[in-house]
Design a protein around this ligand. Structure first.
Ligand SMILES: [Ca+2]
Length: 469
């Protein structure tokens, strides 16, 4: 029944007509509006016109005709006209213009919510009038299906996700340039994740002698710098000196090969400068590791799981001691916390995926899908008839742009009219939803006429935007 809770006596309605039982001065099938000569649903005060919406408060005889202020309508002058909101005695002409920016509203609709004045914004537009882009978006355009484009500022090179309203320029961090802040300034470079890299073959043994190392590509393919340390019973401990310039929590990454076929247990310890290694009570950070078998070179991260604390290193010179037997060690990397705490480095994906066959420059995109309208009465493009100029109507050619799209009638050329016939299960108010895709850059306006036997023709317009989603 959907009887209005405020305007009806019961939740039940007439079995045949669907008419709810209304309280006094209320009318309508669902008892959701005031009866003639009353104003202000749900209170519906009888006899007079709404004081905020009418020119005169008292209706002169004969009763029944209120004189509304300019932007107000209804028998009791209690509703704003379309495109207006905020019925109030303080507003000139009774209601305020919605002032929606139609470039930013869905389907170019200029109407707003009666209570709040909020316009109906496209996904990437915001504000009460849909006239600005959301943070991280720019260039509000009528033909953009989503309203605004994503800034796509480089997550590492830019100072924030927002960009210039018109040109989309991002705000770069020092020594970074380019519209998206993804280029180093001249005479600068971007350090990679492994820029704090130290070669094991440059290390020493406990007694200060240099590390014994190999340099055979057959034993260790593509080793870095001069070679790789051979860890064995006669060389089971190597010391590598590292320097740290800013305090941080570090992971140690080791590049190694384990051709033995079994796990090798090892240990990594970090001690502040070489000399204090010999002291008995100095603080030592030490963690066990397992070198899994791997014929080719591979990496191991220390600590190996998230439950173990990373290494805490202050600025200065530190010694990393690696203990293991039966593996080959190429280099070690100190990984600052910003590099392994992934959330801050996640790219914000903002652009929608299009179905075009041309591969896009940006591989990251959002996959949008149309809401399923299966439960509503619908007419497929398969059943559409196309009429060109004055020819007789014939079935439209159809196309399925991708497997996830439905069959759609192809409309190309000029002066085409498309006819769709269907049966509605019951009488009532309906909204017409047109599902389409369009490769045309500029917006197109279509005239839509809904004909019903024995009833007047409803004429409307729909705006089709560039839409390859
Ligand atoms: Ca090396």
């Amino acid at each position: 029944c959907q009887c209005s809770a405020q305007g009806s006596r019961y939740t039940s309605c007439d079995h045949l007509t669907g008419q709810c039982v209304c309280v006094p001065n209320v009318a309508g099938l669902r008892c959701d509006s005031c009866a003639n000569g009353a104003y202000g649903f749900p209170n519906c005060q009888a006899g007079t016109c709404h004081p905020a919406g009418s020119v005169q408060y008292v209706v002169p005889p004969p009763v029944g005709q209120c004189e509304c202020r300019r932007h107000v309508e209804g028998p009791a002058c209690d509703t704003c006209k379309p495109l207006y909101w905020n019925l109030s005695p303080d507003t000139s002409d009774g209601c305020t213009n919605c002032e929606c920016n139609v470039a930013g509203t869905i389907s170019g609709v200029a109407e707003c919510a009666q209570g709040s004045g909020q316009c109906h914004c496209k996904p990437n537009a915001c504000s009460g009038t849909c006239s600005t882009c959301k943070d991280g978006y720019y260039n509000l355009q009528e033909q953009n299906y989503f309203g605004c484009q994503g800034c796509q500022c480089d997550i590492g090179g830019s100072a924030g996700q927002s960009c210039g309203e018109r040109n989309g320029r991002c705000r770069c961090r020092p020594n970074v340039e380019g519209p998206k802040c993804n280029l180093p300034r001249p005479d600068h470079y971007f350090p990679d994740l492994h820029h704090l890299k130290f070669e094991i073959e440059e290390g020493t043994l406990l007694d200060g002698r240099p590390v014994r190392f190999g340099y055979n590509p057959l034993e260790f393919s593509d080793f870095s710098w001069r070679g790789y340390a051979q860890m064995s019973p006669i060389q089971s401990k190597v010391l590598v000196s590292v320097s740290v310039s800013s305090p941080d929590l570090f992971h140690v990454v080791l590049r190694y090969a384990n051709r033995g076929g079994a796990d090798v247990l090892g240990r990594v310890s970090v001690i502040e400068d070489t000399w204090s290694y010999y002291c008995g009570n100095c603080s030592e950070q030490s963690k066990q590791i397992v070198f899994a078998p791997s014929v080719d070179s591979t990496f191991v991260n220390v600590p190996q799981n998230n439950f173990v604390e990373p290494f805490v290193l202050n600025p200065g010179t530190w010694t990393v001691v690696i203990e293991a037997e039966g593996i080959l060690l190429d280099y070690l990397v100190l990984l600052p916390s910003a590099y392994y705490e992934a959330p801050i480095l996640q790219i914000k994906v903002s652009e929608p995926c299009s179905y075009s066959a041309v591969p896009e420059a940006n591989p990251n995109c959002l996959q949008y899908r149309y809401l399923s309208l299966d439960s509503f009465p619908s007419i497929s493009g398969n059943d559409a008839g196309c009429r060109n100029d004055n020819h007789l109507p014939r079935p439209c050619p159809t196309e399925r742009v991708t497997p996830r799209h439905p069959d759609m009638a192809v409309c190309s050329g000029f002066d085409i009219s498309v006819e769709l016939r269907g049966r509605l299960p019951s009488a009532g108010d309906y909204a017409l939803v047109v599902e389409y895709s369009s490769e045309e850059e500029l917006p197109q306006t279509l005239a839509v006429a809904v004909n019903m036997p024995g009833s007047r023709t409803h004429e409307h317009r729909v705006n089709l935007l560039h839409c390859k989603y």
